[in-house]
Design a protein around this ligand. Sequence first.
Ligand code: C2G
Length: 130
Amino acid sequence: MKKVITYGTFDLLHYGHILLLQRAKELGDHLTVALSTDGFNDIKGKHAYFSYEKRKMMLEAIKYVDTVIPERNWEQKKHDIVDYDIDIFVMGDDWRGKFDELSAHCEVIYLERTPDISTTSIKDNLSGIS
Ligand code: C2G
């Protein structure tokens, strides 16, 4: 069984996230999403609209997602890959090159980001900024 993992905040879930998860799942047989905890979002300087529990519940409702685990820090990726016996690490290509060191443990794939949609743009549009 080919196991895939990806990481992110997945706040205000939108079709860009879904298309990423769909393509990630298509690369293997099992997809784990390491979901940024509220504490890690503080470290990332991100403030999610929805709590970790709500973001986790929404991800678990997506048919492409098999398992959701917490992402608590930057360093856990190489341990997750070993602990969960991961074959492929996937991220959107806004991260291209940032995680290449993981290729020592598994295949590293960057998928093209879906254009013209982001959690930030949704927030800005709703608040009338843009
Ligand atoms: N994404 C995408 N297209 C968009 C928006 C997001 O493909 N229009 C992808 C991102 O590239 C990422 C995933 O969806 O792979 C989740 O996006 P975010 O929740 O913004 O993730 P981020 O805050 O970048 O967290 O350790 C890694 C970090 O946790 C990544």
